[in-house]
Design a binder for this molecule. Structure first.
Ligand code: HEC
Length: 212
């Protein structure tokens, strides 16, 4: 390129002040200064691929519709026949003398009455049994009268009950005493049995209990 051509070339690139261009740039900057921050704020809320973040779902304690239009609290009764984890259904027959007798003969506690078993048994007994049977098993719990005053757990007859029979009474209930099968796991019921035995022994100590 000759110097002349270079000169002409450069001249064609030399910016010349143009009021129109200046105004456009000014307006452009103004618009951008508003639009860009707005866009930055909006970006986190944009859902281009929302990966199922928004979907109909049931929240605890909320009303949630059934397909047939009914609306119910979300927590529903478990499907019939479903079993909670770690729960072994008690298959002994319904309540009744015969079933109790069988349970007394056949069921043996899988636990040994260690201190920790007894302590857990006491906690469970105090929670579930005290209202009727009283803290010491005398049948004088706070609501005992409503349930036809349960018998003392310290009568000769009650002390003669086999462990399995007590387990059965807890599991199946008896007359006005409700079943605790749904509230207490199998091992929890056995812990209570051991604690009932300890209560009975406490009120009817044997010679060896005085030896130390
Ligand atoms: C709602 C009150 C109530 C609660 C709670 C209750 N019981 Fe009873 N229980 C009774 C009544 C009433 C009887 C007497 C039933 C009958 O023989 O008619 C009874 C009977 C018993 C017997 C048989 C006593 C005997 O001499 O034959 C045992 C053992 C027993 N309950 C243990 C328990 C244990 C353990 C718990 C806690 C898991 C418990 N009960 C919770 C009311 C209750």
């Amino acid at each position: 390129m000759t110097p002349r051509r270079i000169q002409a070339f450069l001249a064609s690139w030399t910016p010349r002040f143009s009021p129109r261009l200046f105004r456009s740039v000014l307006i452009g900057l103004l618009v951008a200064s508003i639009a860009i921050p707005l866009a930055l704020v909006a970006v986190p809320y944009l859902e281009i691929f929302n990966d199922m973040a928004v979907q109909p779902k049931a929240r605890p304690q909320s009303l949630f519709g059934y397909p047939d239009g009914r609306s119910l609290i979300v927590e529903r009764a478990p499907a019939p026949g479903s079993i909670p984890m770690d729960h072994f259904p008690y298959t002994a027959e319904e309540s009744g003398e015969q079933a109790e007798q069988l349970a007394g003969e056949r069921l043996r506690s899988p636990l040994r009455p260690t201190i920790s078993v007894l302590q857990q048994g006491r906690k469970l007994y105090n929670t579930f049994c005290t209202p009727c049977h009283g803290a010491e098993g005398q049948g004088d719990g706070g609501v005992a009268e409503l349930f036809g005053a349960p018998p003392s757990l310290h009568t000769g007859a009650a002390r003669a009950l086999e462990d399995g029979r007590i387990f059965h009474v807890i599991s199946r209930g008896r007359n006005t005493m409700p079943s605790y099968e749904d509230l207490l796991a199998v091992e929890e019921r056995w812990r209570i049995v051991h604690y009932v035995r300890a209560l009975q022994r406490a009120l009817h100590p044997q010679d060896e209990d005085f030896e130390r």
